[in-house]
Ligand binder design. Structure first.
Ligand code: IMP
Length: 409
């Protein structure tokens, strides 16, 4: 049996959906542990594309149990709509989805506040941050509260006391109805997972966003409000760290980020357009164009450390197929000082000059490659160099969006 965590090792959008889909073939249970419907995990099966926001990507594989842990924040409307969309596509959900009774609920006021205050950070506007604020302030509403009309009413009214903007009674009635529809999915997921571990089942923990968006380890304040690093899997599901066997980081062959915040290796306009178009770099949740840049080994090294990565999966290598020179950022220069390690001071990230080393490109199509040994020599050299700088093993390489376009390294 094994318990594996898959995390994004950059600013999210590394292609976790596809990798989780591949790894979930050997898993019995797939569990989400943080974030909410700010995530967008894309899986392509045949000619069909699925974008999952809340439900673990494992739902696309028959017979797998999918769990949404206590660390996730849930917008019931978005959840029910996602279930509905999947069912319409012929995917059976009922007995295959379990949701933590302790997961916090996103309410309409969270979304309004997020849209109002989140612009500076460029949030997804899904109410994620304000929901986690209420959780930490101990006035949040949890899934289990939706099952108890009296207490739900009291809590909503207390949170909206004095508000002219929101109609507490209407929200209460709406959320009570959601509760009725969601009741069948609720469970003590920590217990379910720990029992499954005792029975030697294989469990895959599906991280959302990425390490640099983590509330503690990311480019604060330009982060999301949850623990997107591996540690979040324990707190976000109720499975102790001693039960985890392996942590895998998903790393894009270059760098992207959505929303505001420092991005030392960001491309200038021409390259930005080229890579954005070739890599289809548009947000899976909001459709926003992603910012693109060279591979930043400083941030990924930080990610290897804070996640305790055992190995990494490199995705979207094919997007670099037409680049004659490829750069890797190995440090930052700021005010006469060379930073080789991730700096906590946001000003360094904002104003630094990246230090690059240059690799020769391969100028060949890699999308049909199915074995590592068949990659062009310069592509192998690039990957070898990344592995050396990061001091971590590359376990798998992905060269396209389809399931078949990935191989062991
Ligand atoms: P929030 O998670 O909506 O609060 O947004 C905070 C920051 O995280 C913004 O910069 C978002 O663009 C970014 N973000 C949130 N979720 C994702 C994701 O799944 N992929 C990439 N960026 C994300």
């Amino acid at each position: 049996m094994s318990c594996k965590i898959v995390v994004g090792a950059q600013w999210g959008d590394e292609g976790k959906g596809k990798i989780i889909d591949i790894l979930s073939r050997d898993a019995d249970i797939i569990a989400r542990y943080q974030g909410g419907n700010n995530a967008g995990h894309t899986v392509v099966i045949g000619d069909e594309e699925f974008i999952l926001h809340l439900i673990p990507s494992g739902i696309l594989r028959k017979g797998k149990l999918c769990i949404i842990g206590n660390g996730v924040v849930i917008d019931p409307e978005a959840l029910l709509s996602e279930i509905n969309t999947l069912e319409k596509k012929g995917i059976k959900i009922d007995a295959r989805l379990m949701i933590s009774e302790s997961a916090h609920v996103i309410l309409p006021y969270h979304k309004v506040i997020d849209k109002r205050r989140g612009a500076k950070i460029g949030t997804t506007g899904r109410g994620i941050g304000p929901c986690y604020i209420d959780k930490m302030a101990r006035c949040g509403i949890r899934m289990i509260d939706l099952m108890n009309p009296e207490s739900l009413r009291k809590k909503i009214f207390a949170n909206l006391e004095g508000s002219q903007e929101f109609n507490a009674e209407q929200i209460y009635k709406e959320y009570l109805e959601y509760g009725k529809k969601i009741k069948k999915y609720l469970a003590n997921v920590s217990q379910v997972l720990n029992k499954a571990i005792a029975k030697k089942k294989n469990i895959l923990f599906e991280g959302a966003q990425g390490a640099l968006l983590d509330i503690d380890h990311g480019t604060y304040p330009y982060v999301t409000s949850s623990s997107a690093t591996a540690g979040g899997a324990s707190t976000g599901t109720g499975v102790g760290p001693t039960r985890i066997d392996e942590v895998i980081g998903v790393v894009k062959a270059y760098t992207t980020r959505v929303g505001e915040g420092p991005f030392p290796t960001e491309f200038e306009k021409g390259l930005m357009e080229k890579i954005r178009t070739k890599g289809k770099e548009f947000g899976a949740t909001t459709g926003r164009p992603r910012r693109c840049g060279w591979f930043d080994a400083v941030i990924v090294k930080h990610s290897v450390a804070v996640n305790g990565l055992d190995e990494i999966v490199i995705t979207k290598l094919d997007v670099l197929d037409e680049m004659d020179k490829i750069k890797i950022c190995t440090g930052y220069k700021y005010q006469g000082k060379l930073y080789k390690d991730f700096p906590a001071d946001i000003e360094v990230l904002e104003k630094c000059e990246p230090v690059y080393e240059s690799c020769n490109g391969w100028m060949k199509d890699t999308t049909l490659v199915t074995k590592y040994k068949d990659l062009p020599e310069n592509a192998k050299k690039y990957l070898g160099r990344l592995s050396k700088i990061l001091n971590v093993k590359i376990g798998m390489v992905s060269v396209g969006s389809k399931r078949e376009q990935a191989f062991k390294a």
